[in-house]
Write a protein that binds this ligand. Structure first.
Ligand SMILES: *Cc1c(COP(=O)(O)O)cnc(C)c1O
Length: 355
């Protein structure tokens, strides 16, 4: 057994080793200029090049039209987007689909700005499924959904159709699969799940959405002002953006098609074991299972401490479930290797045969 730690953390979470290597070397000497990435001006050409490459790569990877959509890197996490989206776009009524803790928090913030209708919710079953066949009236300034529910381990596999602008919190599954990104008018993602380190939030926004802003918005919370200033209205999170760029380059090289396939294979491996193994049960409804966060519980009568120490012995880290679900959560983001998932399933098998 080597010392490699298999990191199943839900976030901040695993990133490709190559990102760590390149980011580390840029801390000592960025672009061979004898300065650290941590000390260069955000107005320097070297950093403006980083920012512009990251912004255009994000749009390219998403397959969006660069004349129609813009990319921003903002601070305040996805949680800031809960209020920014409402502040900018909630004039009268907004519709929210509530599929878990993060949507619930987004709803709470939006209520400060206007009427919020919970169009559908899965709260009746502790969010273990995704509501389907939702009839969405065209009365909303926008409709907000959470594409992947990091805590409960459910994921939209097809998205609701609506004539209203569609806003999506894609924090925990951005660029994990090939989808039609143009069905959304605004996509936001806190970086620390699948993109980069904490400290930057990526926003992909349809430019035409900005025409719908009716109220005065403070500068720091205004998408328009951040866009007018090319995502540098104030000092942007330089280092997180640089790390995101390094990751976006890898994502582009591999391609979303290949990434989708790889993630699907990893998800099948862990879910097949959960379903086969007599000691464990999956938490979320089969058809709504997340390809990023696999949630499962230990069946009654088995000793969690024994399984935990087996995982510890095998350098498996970060699989404890969120306190609102309990049990286990294996986060299997893009950067997690198939062999790490395989090792976890082997631990589950070993646990079963010892008990
Ligand atoms: C983690 C997470 C958030 C919160 O992100 P912060 O950057 O901590 O504000 C919001 N939505 C989803 C889906 C998440 O997974």
């Amino acid at each position: 057994m080597n010392n490699k730690v298999h990191n199943f953390s839900a976030g901040p979470s695993i990133l490709p080793e190559k990102v760590f290597e390149q980011a580390s070397s840029s801390i000592n000497n960025f672009n061979g200029k004898g300065l650290s990435i941590l000390e260069i001006s955000h107005r320097s050409k070297d950093f403006i090049d980083v920012l512009e490459e990251a912004r255009s790569l994000a749009i390219e990877i998403a397959g969006l039209d660069k004349n129609e959509y813009s990319c921003l890197f903002l601070q305040g996490g996805a949680s800031m987007q809960f209020l920014m989206t409402a502040y900018n776009f909630l004039n009268e009524n907004a519709g929210y689909i509530n599929t878990g803790s993060w949507s619930t928090k987004a709803i709470k913030e939006a209520k400060l700005f206007g009427n919020v209708t919970e169009i559908a919710t899965s709260s009746d079953k502790n969010f273990n499924y995704i509501p389907k066949e939702i009839d969405i009236k065209d009365i909303y300034d926008y409709v907000h959904i959470t594409s992947n529910n990091t805590i409960f381990g459910t994921q939209f596999h097809s998205f609701p159709k609506t004539d209203c602008p569609l806003i999506v919190d894609m924090s925990s599954d951005i660029f994990s699969r090939k989808i039609d990104f143009s069905q959304f008018d605004l996509i936001y993602a806190g970086a620390q799940k699948n993109l980069g380190p904490a400290g930057a939030t990526m926003v992909l926004i349809k430019n035409s959405l900005l025409d719908k802003v009716e109220r005065d918005v403070p500068s720091m919370l205004s998408y328009k002002i951040h866009l007018d200033k090319d995502s540098s209205f104030n000092t942007p999170p330089v280092f997180p953006i640089y790390c995101i760029l390094l990751n976006l380059r890898l994502i582009k090289d591999e391609g979303l098609d290949n990434i989708s396939k790889r993630n699907k294979i990893k998800a099948e491996l862990i879910y097949n074991e959960i379903d086969r193994n007599t000691c464990f049960s999956g938490f979320s409804k089969l058809e709504d299972r997340s390809q990023m966060n696999a949630t499962f519980n230990l069946n009654e009568g088995f000793d969690g401490e024994i399984f935990n120490s087996l995982c510890l012995k095998n350098n498996i880290s970060g699989i404890n479930g969120h306190r609102s679900v309990g049990g286990y959560r294996a986060s299997i983001y893009n950067a997690l290797d198939y062999n790490s998932v395989k090792l976890l399933t082997e631990c589950m098998q070993e646990f079963e045969s010892n008990n």
